[in-house]
Design a protein around this ligand. Structure first.
Ligand SMILES: Nc1ncnc2c1ncn2[C@@H]1O[C@H](COP(=O)(O)OP(=O)(O)OP(=O)(O)O)[C@@H](O)[C@H]1O
Ligand SMILES: [Mg+2]
Length: 271
C-alpha cells in the first residue's frame, strides 16, 4: 500500500502547489510510482505547474460522480514514466467533492502508487479537511512570517483532530517545509529565523526551500523545478526534502549560510 501525503498550510499562496509538484517529481525521479492529486476545486493550479493543462479531460469530481473511471482521469507525465496527475475541476461546484467519494478514490490510488500526494486548497474549510482526511503524513508548508506560522499552527491542530488516523487514535506524521526562505532578509530581521519557526511549530523539519527566481521560471514553462532546473538551489532543496520524506536522515542546510555545524539542523524523527 502506498503512502498518502497531504501538502497543506492554512494560509494561501505559500507554495503548496509548487511543493506538491516538486516533491512528487523528485520522488518519481527516484523511480517511485507517484500520483499528485489536485484538491483545489475551482482553481485548478497543479495541472499548470505540471505542464498538463491542455491534457485534462476528466477530473477528480468526474471520477467521484462516476462519469469517468480513475484510469481515464489520470494523466501520465510526458517526462517521467512513474509520475501521474489527477486534476481538479475548474468549473464544478466544490460540494461535489464528497467524503465517501474521496475515500474511495484515495483507497484505489493507494493500491497502485507508492505515493499519493494531495495538494490542499488554502484555508481550514471543507476542501482542506477533505484533502487531509486520509493522509498518513502531512507536509506543512510555511513561509518565515508570522501570519503563515500562525495558520500552520492551526492546521497542525486540525491534522491531530480531523484526520481519519487521528480519529482512530493513531498519530499522523507531520513535517515542516519552510519555503520562500531568504537568508539575507532573515539576517536583517525582516523575516522569522528558522529557529523561531521551529520553536513555535515544533514539528520536524523536512527542508528549507530558498526564495528563488528558478521556481517562477519553472512554473512558467510548466515544469516542477526539480525537472526544469535540477542544479538550482530550490531543486536541490526539494530533492533532499523528498529523501527525508522517504525516511532518510540528512542534515538540513539553511540557504545563504555557510556550511558548517551552525548552518545545519539535524532533522529529528517525525513527531
Ligand atoms: N521558493 C520559491 N521562490 C519563489 N517563488 C515561489 C517559491 N515557491 C513558490 N513561489 C511562488 O509563489 C506563488 C504561490 O505558490 P503556490 O501556487 O505554489 O502556492 P499555494 O500555497 O499552492 O497557493 P494557494 O493557496 O493559492 O493554492 C507562485 O507564484 C509560486 O511560483
Ligand atoms: Mg495551490
Amino acid at each position: 500500500m502506498g503512502k498518502v501525503v497531504v501538502v497543506t498550510s492554512g494560509k494561501g499562496g505559500v507554495g503548496k502547489t509548487t511543493s506538491t509538484a516538486a516533491l512528487g517529481a523528485a520522488l518519481a525521479q527516484r523511480n517511485e510510482k507517484v500520483v499528485v492529486v489536485d484538491f483545489d476545486v475551482g482553481l485548478r493550479n497543479l495541472d499548470l505547474v505540471m505542464g498538463a493543462e491542455r491534457r485534462v479531460v476528466y477530473d477528480l469530481i468526474n471520477v467521484i460522480q462516476g462519469d469517468a473511471k480513475l484510469p481515464q482521469a489520470l494523466i501520465r507525465d510526458k517526462r517521467l514514466e512513474t509520475l501521474y496527475l489527477l486534476p481538479a475541476s475548474q468549473t464544478r461546484d466544490k460540494d461535489n467533492l464528497t467524503a465517501e467519494g474521496v475515500e474511495q478514490v484515495i483507497g484505489e490510488l493507494k493500491r497502485y502508487f507508492d505515493w499519493v500526494i494531495c495538494d490542499s486548497p488554502a484555508g481550514i474549510e471543507r476542501g482542506a479537511t477533505l484533502a487531509m482526511r486520509h493522509a498518513d503524513m502531512a507536509v506543512v508548508v510555511t513561509n518565515p512570517e508570522v501570519s503563515s506560522v500562525r495558520d500552520s499552527d492551526r492546521i497542525i491542530g486540525l491534522l491531530d483532530a480531523k484526520t481519519a488516523k487521528a480519529e482512530r487514535g493513531e498519530r499522523i506524521e507531520k513535517h515542516l517545509l519552510l519555503t520562500r526562505y531568504d537568508g539575507a532578509r532573515a539576517q536583517r530581521g525582516d523575516m522569522l529565523k528558522v529557529d523561531d519557526v521551529l520553536e513555535i511549530l515544533s514539528i520536524p523539519l523536512l527542508g528549507i526551500i530558498p526564495e528563488s527566481m528558478d521556481v517562477l521560471r519553472a512554473s512558467n514553462i510548466g515544469a516542477p523545478v526539480t525537472l526544469a532546473d535540477t542544479r538550482s538551489g530550490a531543486a536541490q532543496a526539494y530533492f533532499a526534502a523528498a529523501r527525508r520524506l522517504a525516511g532518510e536522515v540528512l542534515p538540513v542546510e539553511i540557504p545563504g549560510e555557510k556550511r558548517g555545524i551552525l548552518g545545519k539542523i539535524f532533522a529529528r524523527r517525525a513527531a
